[in-house]
Write a protein that binds this ligand. Structure first.
Ligand code: DGJ
Length: 710
């Protein structure tokens, strides 16, 4: 199989299989015969063209059925006539700051097209890659840069993708926020000038902005109509999406790793590969776009995207740092009794000299705390097995508290700036993954934990800070600007190794909540932790935001007491994705316990529909106090309706059903004693008039199961 992302070494054109050879004997630059290069999915086309001088032009990026444009530079390099933002900016070994790229050749293998470009005056090679997923209308784009000049070249800009969108009206939706407040949507019209969506925080993509956006043409993005693109960079570090409305009105979008503080000195023979920029497109609005992306994620990105996820109990909000083996063992039984399948032991289980009783110490010392767990992890995995539940554990392997044995031993392993006081976040520092010794250590933490405890089948990988003092004690004075890129690459190498060497261990991607919810890290994970905000009333918005790019199967939704809402409301919100709980199940009231048992049983009966089905957004929480989402799989569907204020009775128009069919509709997940009479309603009525929904009081909800009867 072709690897998913460029960073892991994409294949090369048959004639340039050996880059070293190619670099050593640069071929004269043949001028290509003019002609189109078609990169196409079922409905989306990227049409490129080589002019008589060998320059690569873009004729179209959008509807396959639309006419080709006149031709705009496809991947502009700076310094030789290009006066807008370049996709590539190179300072050559001799100091020349201009680059001219001409096409050497193109090739297509399986679903990847590679276009090889070269500077006629320099042995500088740039290869553009495009991978198509035809049915999902997704095109991934990434770039490889290499050279054989005499000395290093300096890469100042290195976009993964560059596209011209032509003239017209464009609306951009970004997904911004902060800790416990992720994925707020904001849409704006793109006027003249440059708009940048970016992050500069290094070890994760997001603290304030997800690396994903929507770009609609002709008006604001709509759910069921209109042309819309989704863009998302598969990279868990600093990113930049640059939207430039040029004076003639054309919109160009450049996307890639953020060049900010990342000047890269590329050695001769070294290959610089950018992460993939994932583009999806639909002319039928964001609904189709998201369903395509969800399918693409399940089949191309996420691990085991066709396998339903276990129902999980996490102890974080239940115990925080105060627990012992007895408490955890009792939670195993409690979880099992409720019908759950997996237990996740969160932060606080480690540290000997500096026990992890709070977030101020112990991080980095991955030995079980002898007071909390005198018999180690083994006792827990044994007890979990006895209780009949799987066991998972929390790790934050790339980070360190200064109050730790690790930091005492290796203070130079932490990212820091000389002559500056250490700036801590959550009392911790990030380890310098650009240092191969540190990379080996971090992988060792994971490997050792899993090898010593074969009963662990799930890891939550957390990362609770970002970079504010990006200095590497390892890289030396001339390569400090390599830190962020080197960190991200090392992180992915570690994650890839974990996936290869421990294929049966599932992985939850977490970064203080949603810091690493991106297609880059997701290729190594089974699911992600969207946010530390678990109040269901807020979570409705957060889940809605993620739903544009990420499928329900990957979105871990946990029932907690946050917000003091009813168990029903908390479960109804969590059940639209991968269900879990983060609650002290030993302390549940009789009534709540009873409800939880029945809700978990109900979830099992709709799990395949939710996790493997197609999701339809019915009503947006941004549009009014009532919101709704549904999932459809074959003859089954399930609709979730939420109210955060008082909402009068009003029908809910469903989607994704068969107009000609008839459905049995039943309200499920009802409190004990409540009963619902199944109704038979035609698809036509459900799709046009809608499903009757009664008055809903603030913070209430309903779930309806639909089964096709005819
Ligand atoms: C941040 C995560 O988002 C939480 O779920 C929890 O794991 C804490 N870290 C533990 O420190």
């Amino acid at each position: 199989m072709v690897p998913l992302f460029g960073i892991f070494g994409a294949f090369h054109h048959a004639e340039i299989t050996d880059p070293a050879q190619q670099i050593a004997h640069p071929a004269p630059v043949p001028l290509m015969q003019s002609g189109p290069i078609h990169i196409e999915t079922d409905h989306l086309a990227l049409t490129l063209f080589v002019d008589s001088k060998g320059h690569l032009l873009q004729r179209k990026f959008g509807d396959k059925a639309s006419a080709d444009g006149a031709g705009q530079t496809a991947y502009p390099a700076g310094g030789d006539g290009w006066y807008f933002e370049p996709a590539l900016f190179v300072t050559h070994a001799d100091g020349n700051t201009s680059t001219d790229l001409r096409v050497l050749g193109t090739s297509t293998r399986e679903n990847v097209t590679e276009i090889s470009l070269k500077d006629p005056e320099y042995p500088l090679f740039v290869n553009l890659f495009y991978r198509v997923s035809p049915k999902e209308d997704v095109i991934e784009a990434w770039t490889e840069i290499r050279h054989s000049e005499k000395g290093n070249i300096t890469l100042e800009r290195f976009a993964s993708s560059s596209h011209d969108f032509g003239n017209g009206e464009f609306y951009l939706t970004q997904f911004h926020g902060d800790w416990a407040n992720e994925m707020n949507m904001q849409e704006e019209s793109l006027g003249f000038g440059t708009k940048i969506l970016d992050s500069k925080i290094g070890v994760r993509a997001d603290q304030f902005l997800n690396p994903s956006f929507l770009l609609s043409r002709g008006g604001p993005a709509k759910e069921d109509s209109g042309e819309v693109f989704a863009g998302s960079l598969a990279w868990s570090g600093s990113f930049q999406h640059l939207f430039e409305r040029q004076p003639h009105g054309h919109l160009r979008v450049l996307s890639g790793m953020n060049p900010f503080n990342s000047r890269y000195f590329l050695k001769a023979g070294e290959i610089f590969t950018t992460p993939a920029m994932v583009w999806a497109w639909s002319k039928n609005g964001t609904g189709t776009l998201s369903r395509n992306l969800h399918r693409w994620v399940r089949t191309n990105a996420l691990r085991d995207g066709d396998r339903v996820r276990a129902i999980l109990l996490n102890n974080w909000e239940a115990t925080y740092f105060s627990f012992d083996a007895k408490k955890i063992t009792s939670l195993f039984q409690g979880a099992k009794d409720l019908g759950m399948e997996l237990f996740l032991l969160d932060d606080g289980w480690f540290g000997k000299k500096y026990p992890r009783d709070g977030d101020n110490q112990g991080l980095g010392d991955w030995v079980p705390d002898p007071k909390k767990l005198p018999n180690g992890i083994g006792e827990l995995t044994d007890n979990a097995k006895k209780a009949g539940i799987r066991f998972g554990i929390w790790l934050e392997p790339e980070m360190v508290n200064p109050r730790s044995e690790l930091f005492e031993k290796h203070p130079d392993w932490a990212i820091q700036q000389p002559k500056r006081a250490l700036e801590l976040q959550r009392n911790q520092l990030a380890l310098d993954l650009s240092n191969p010794k540190v990379e080996a250590y971090v992988y060792g933490v994971i490997d050792k934990t899993l090898r010593q405890n074969p009963g662990i089948s799930y890891i939550k990988w957390d990362a609770n800070r970002y970079l504010t003092q990006p200095g590497s004690p390892y890289l030396g004075k001339s390569r400090q600007t390599h830190l962020q890129i080197a960190y991200g690459r090392a992180l992915y190498r570690i994650m890839a190794r974990m996936k290869a060497e421990h294929p049966d261990c599932e992985l939850m991607i977490c970064s203080g909540g949603g810091g690493r919810v991106d297609y880059g890290s997701l290729q190594f994970g089974h699911e992600f932790w969207p946010s530390d905000m678990t109040d269901p009333a807020r979570r409705i918005f957060i889940q809605y935001g993620y739903s544009f790019f990420f499928p329900p199967i990957a979105t871990s939704n946990h029932v907690t007491h946050m917000g003091n809402h009813s168990m029903k409301f908390a479960f109804d919100v969590a059940m639209s994705g991968r269900l879990g709980m983060d609650i002290d199940v030993d302390k549940l009231s009789v009534q709540d316990r009873e409800f939880a048992v029945s809700a978990i049983q109900t979830y099992k009966s709709i799990r395949e529909t939710v996790q493997l089905g197609d999701q339809y957004r019915l009503e947006s929480p941004y549009a009014g106090p009532r919101s709704a989402v549904m999932s459809v799989r074959g003859d089954e569907a399930v609709a979730f309706v939420y109210a955060i204020k008082d909402v009068p009775a009003a029908p809910l128009r469903l989607k994704g059903l068969d107009l000609a069919a008839t459905y049995q509709v039943e309200e499920i997940n009802l409190p004990a004693g409540a009963k619902s009479e199944p109704q038979t309603i035609t698809g036509q009525t459900l799709l046009t008039t809608g499903l009757p929904i009664p008055h809903l009081s603030p913070f209430s909800s309903a779930i309806y199961r639909l089964r096709r009867t005819r």
